[in-house]
Design a protein around this ligand. Structure first.
Ligand code: BV8
Ligand code: ZN
Length: 243
């Protein structure tokens, strides 16, 4: 495995334009549960019951209890060597874009700047009435749920992308524009089951770009990867850090 890690590092550092795509696995070693793993979030909840607009209109309090519970876990989490290692890649590679599916804000806490949050951010709320957007790293009190807008008393929602909702156009166009020129993608900690994020590695491959993957399990990306490492993101980046 060590030679493969070195090979990925050397290849990435010799390439001019690189995308990194991350999923919940990159935050696992920070103590944030993934979605579909054995101890995943979806084990007790069914995604369709909670991360959808009609779930929210049916029972905003239930959906907010779930997001507020996740906020209480994430607010205690710290970035791990994978978050810092990806920030380091941003510093070393001239043309770089991090596309994260995660809503946990850990990449930003680790210093990543050249990034887009494809599925939003759990600490941002959006008013369903006046559209007001607010970022606040807090956990609501039980009695505050579902929270109301300070400006218009409208119902607030988590500013995340639910199933059946489109990815914001500005985010999509940034990803499309970068995917046209990227000569490699590093896919870290995603089951690659959610679209359109899961398309990105295939687009890079189709254009003749290199595909690298870090994941303890195999995924649909594994079969198209030039190098796929069966490893934990934090451990792999820690190894690279200590070189
Ligand atoms: C849309 C909300 C259209 C925020 C989430 C084809 C094309 C387009 C859409 C679709 C399509 N087919 C189906 C769809 C619909 C749907 C979809 O993809 N469904 C899937 C289930 C089949 N897609 C959508 O609805 C998207 N919207 O396409 O809209 C449209 C257009 C115009 C007008 C109207 C509509 C919206 C998708 C976003 C959904 N929102 N979450 C939140 O609550 O978090 S998805 C949810 O899954 C999370 O956001 C998460 O980011 C995402 C992906 O999961 P992963 O991050 O991969 O996590 P997972 O647990 O699955 O895997 C963890 C991995 O880590 C594992 O592989 C594990 O092995 C690994 N791991 C574990 N430990 C470690 C590790 N790796 C490294 N180190 C470790 N230590
Ligand atoms: Zn409002």
């Amino acid at each position: 495995m060590k030679e493969e890690i070195l090979k990925i590092r050397d290849e990435l550092l010799n390439l001019s334009s690189v995308i990194v795509l991350t999923g919940a696995g990159v935050s696992k070693e920070s103590g944030v549960p993934t979605f579909r793993g054995k101890d995943g979030l979806w084990k007790n909840f069914d995604a369709t019951q909670l991360a959808t607009p009609d779930a929210f209109s049916r029972d905003p309090k239930l959906v907010w209890e779930w997001y507020n519970w996740r906020r209480s876990i994430i607010i205690k989490a710290k970035p791990n060597p994978a978050h810092f290692g990806i920030k380091k890649l941003e510093d070393l590679i001239p043309d770089f874009l991090l596309v994260t599916q995660n809503v946990d804000d850990l990449h930003r806490t680790a210093g990543s700047k050249k990034m887009v949050e494809m599925h939003g951010n759990i600490f941002r709320t959006r008013c369903t009435q006046c559209g007001d957007i607010k970022f606040e790293k807090k956990v609501f009190k039980e009695e505050e749920l579902p929270p109301k807008c300070e400006k218009c008393e409208g119902l607030l929602r988590p500013d995340v992308v639910w199933f059946g909702e489109p990815i914001p156009m500005d985010v999509l166009s940034k990803i499309q524009e970068f995917s046209e020129k990227a000569n490699a993608i590093l896919v870290v900690g995603t089951s690659a089951l959610v679209y359109p994020a899961a398309y990105i590695p295939f687009i890079i491959k189709q254009r003749g770009g290199k595909v690298f993957e870090i994941n303890p399990d195999i995924t649909p990306v594994t079969q198209i990867a030039d190098i796929s490492i069966r490893g934990k993101a934090g451990e792999v980046f820690k190894f690279i850090q200590n070189l």
